[in-house]
Design a protein around this ligand. Structure first.
Ligand SMILES: [Zn+2]
Ligand SMILES: [Zn+2]
Length: 303
């Protein structure tokens, strides 16, 4: 079972020092979900050998350019490369108009259905759910409407104790029943109890993504207990006035948020263009929350 994220961009505002604007590729059982799509995202996918055609869902947190300016380019390339499978796009309602007007004036009639799902920056809710995961949005506090995302694996089936099951002569066809926690009665009346031949499955894991936000802690309920929390850490804490003015978070605050949320691990990103070296941001964050890593481009994190 695969549940991992590859960082495609971790810069705020402008691309600098070889850092690209925000984008991440979530891989859940070899299905791809793109989270934000800053300028140059399709080039980043190529660079890291990730097939854009395998993306079926794109989630955009908000309409600042560093989170979506790569979107039309990516969609255009998918169109030119012959995509026919639907693409699901989630984002603020104005995004639909932005995309439509660009394809209208280039007289591009997309070969694939682009299914737009409007996100709500006022109320949390589930935006989609499939056999692999549930995706939710929740409000963040930014200068313009902005949502975070939380991805939670679907509960897994119980695990068969193979040696015990085989020793008891249970036919493999019965396994799916036992895995669902049900007992099985044979034609001769023999009962195989699920509890005797299975163990609890692994706990569903979750990944929370907070793109751009003030440290209001208003979204704490939605990130609580996340196995991995991605949180922006645009500035060092000595820039707090600037962070407040621009509705961003400092590295120290990101550490405090992870601590308060009881997150397993913290990934920080969305680094200001003023920092060539990222280690001071990492150190400041780790002084509060030890299990912190930098969202370095090209790195894949198991969630
Ligand atoms: Zn941003
Ligand atoms: Zn922003």
């Amino acid at each position: 079972v695969r549940f991992e994220v590859t960082i495609l961009g971790s810069s705020s505002a402008t691309p600098v020092f070889n850092r690209n604007p925000s984008a991440q590729l979530l891989n859940v059982n070899d299905k791809y979900y793109l989270i934000d799509c800053g300028e140059g995202t399709q080039l980043q996918l190529l660079r890291y050998g990730l097939k854009a055609q395998r993306i079926d869902h794109i989630l955009i947190s908000h309409l600042h350019g560093d989170h979506y300016l790569g979107l039309v380019g990516l969609l255009s390339s998918l169109h030119l490369n012959g995509r026919t499978r639907p693409m699901y796009l989630y984002g603020p309602k104005e995004l639909k108009e932005i995309i439509e007007v660009q394809f209208l004036y280039s007289q591009t009639d997309l070969r694939f259905p682009l299914v737009f799902v409007e996100t709500d920056s006022e109320r949390p809710g589930v935006i989609f759910s499939n056999e692999d995961l549930v995706a939710e949005t929740f409000p963040l506090e930014h200068r313009i409407p902005c949502t975070g995302f939380r991805f939670t694996q679907q509960p897994r089936l119980r695990r068969i104790l193979k040696a015990e099951a085989e020793a008891a002569g249970i036919p493999a066809e019965v396994f799916p029943v036992l895995k669902r926690g049900l007992d099985f009665t044979t034609a001769t009346g023999r009962i195989y109890r699920s509890a005797d031949f299975t163990v609890d499955p692994e706990r569903p894991r979750s990944y929370a993504y907070c793109s751009d936000t003030l440290d209001t802690r208003s979204y704490m309920a939605w990130i609580r207990g996340a196995d991995t929390l991605y949180h922006e850490a645009t500035f060092l804490h000595d820039m707090l006035p600037r962070a407040l003015e621009t509705f961003h978070t400092t590295a120290r605050q990101a550490g405090e948020i992870a601590q308060e949320a009881g997150a397993g691990h913290l990934l920080i990103g969305h680094f200001s263009a003023r920092y060539r070296e990222l280690k001071p941001l990492l150190d400041e964050c780790k002084s509060v929350f030890e299990k912190t890593q930098l969202a370095v481009e090209g790195t894949t994190f198991t969630l």
